[in-house]
Design a protein around this ligand. Structure first.
Ligand code: HOZ
Length: 428
């Protein structure tokens, strides 16, 4: 038995599935999850001492790589002065000011402890602001595990949804309308039918939880126009895309201004932190200013705040996103070219520092399309890459991430490893 296997067996006795977040259990790809002991730069080491080039980066936060020395030092120094006060600190103002300065739609910000908290609070706020209960989400978009958000499509296009998780009351799911990603016509139809009931539209402006799905510009524009016309709140869930796809996040990249946005991952620099914010008139509805309640003991805790501040300051250097975008693009084109040369059905794309790889002829544009990609081929590829020392997300339906410290040599070595695997796949 390997050390990873020993740990996994032990973990399953006291932790459901042996993990604290389901995708980590490797159920989608099979086999034994790797238990990590250390990360440095673009590398992680597992419990058996094997090194991997990491393209997960803690699911997005680690844009500076593992254990960035400046982030680590700031966290250590801050920790020595007290871990949490449950009272305001100056760092929280600095982080809020920085988010307002960098993100086009942000006028006010509330800090929380996770992306899930940010999205469920934004939905509550949109409901409180509009006095309406219903909202629209898109199939395959994940917005954390808030009850109203764990909903799948209803029986017909314009019927409200059903719970996609045990424990979610059907009554609650009936307020969520689930439409197809990238389908502007459906949005028009939904607003034509239910416009006066819809509190909000929530969307991942680049979807990253059903692998990477890029938005069609007309899709984002349609939701902006329809929300404005019908008095609904447009919420961009930028937990994954925030500061990952560009300096102004996805809303800066695509030039669409949402009413509210949610953040997580990079804004916490690898520590637990989320944020939601946007229009001042809407944010004024949050307690203690307004009637919509939201609170948290560890909200805006000093360690997460300082990790976020140092990270956001380090990535503000000129040329940072140009370099990250070019590197990620070079990575996916290298993979695509290698697969094509070996005759493997494969495609890949990237937006900023996030990427998607698909065992499909062209990049999918919706949940239905991504589900048609060859999952078995991905799973074989995933395990062969793992053996070769490359850690990809353990599911065909997750996006990947490149950090600022992945070197050209790292990228070239990863493409070479993939090429060797494609060659074997072509023979087999
Ligand atoms: N929310 C992530 C999947 N899209 C998983 C996070 C985790 O397991 O850490």
């Amino acid at each position: 038995m390997t050390r990873n296997e020993e740990l996994f067996a032990r973990a399953q006795i006291t932790i459901p599935g042996g993990v604290n977040s389901p995708v980590r259990a490797f159920r989608s790809v099979g086999g034994c999850p790797r238990f990590f002991t250390r990360g440095e730069g673009a590398n992680v080491w597992d419990a058996d001492g094997k090194r991997y080039l990491d393209y997960v980066g803690s699911w997005g936060p680690l844009i500076l790589g593992h254990a960035d020395p400046d982030v680590v030092l700031a966290v250590q120094e801050t920790a020595a002065k007290g871990l949490s006060f449950g009272a305001p600190t100056e760092g929280e103002i600095e982080l809020a000011e920085l988010l307002v300065e960098r993100v086009p739609s942000m006028e006010m910000v509330r800090l929380v402890s996770s992306g899930t908290e940010a999205t469920m609070s934004a939905i509550r706020l949109a409901r409180g602001f509009t006095g309406r209960d219903a909202f629209i989400k898109f199939e395959g978009c994940y917005h954390g595990h808030g009850d109203s958000l764990l909903v799948k499509a209803g029986s017909g296009l314009l019927t409200f949804g059903n719970p996609s998780s045990g424990g979610v009351p059907a009554d609650l799911a009936q307020h969520t309308l689930v439409l197809d990603y990238n389908d502007a016509a459906q949005l028009h139809e939904a607003f034509a039918t239910h416009g006066d009931k819809i509190a909000a539209v929530i969307v991942e402006p680049v979807a990253g939880n059903m692998n990477l799905i890029a938005p069609k510009p007309e899709f984002l524009q349609a939701m902006r126009d329809l929300c404005t016309k019908h008095g609904a709140v447009l919420i961009f869930d930028e937990v994954m895309t925030g500061f990952r796809v560009g300096p102004g996040s996805a809303q800066g990249l695509y030039g669409i201004t949402p009413d509210l946005s949610t953040f997580g991952k990079i804004v916490g620099g690898g520590m637990p932190l989320g944020a939601f914010g946007g229009r001042r008139d809407i944010m004024h509805k949050i307690a203690p200013l307004g009637p919509v309640y939201q609170a948290g003991t560890l909200s805006g805790n000093p360690l997460s705040v300082v990790a976020g501040l140092v990270t956001l300051n380090k990535i503000a250097t000129p040329g940072f996103y140009e370099a990250l975008t070019a590197k990620t693009r070079g990575f996916v084109s290298g993979l695509s070219a290698a697969a094509q040369a070996r005759g493997i059905t494969f495609s890949a794309q990237s937006v900023g520092g996030m990427f998607g790889i698909y065992f499909a002829a062209t990049p999918p544009t919706s949940f239905a399309e991504v589900m048609q990609s060859d999952k078995d081929a991905f799973n074989g590829f995933f395990h062969a890459m793992l053996d070769a020392g490359v850690y990809l997300a353990p599911s065909a339906f997750e996006a990947g991430f490149v950090s600022a410290v992945h070197s050209d040599a790292d990228i070239a070595a990863t493409i070479a490893a993939a090429d060797a695997i494609f060659a074997t796949m072509a023979k087999g």
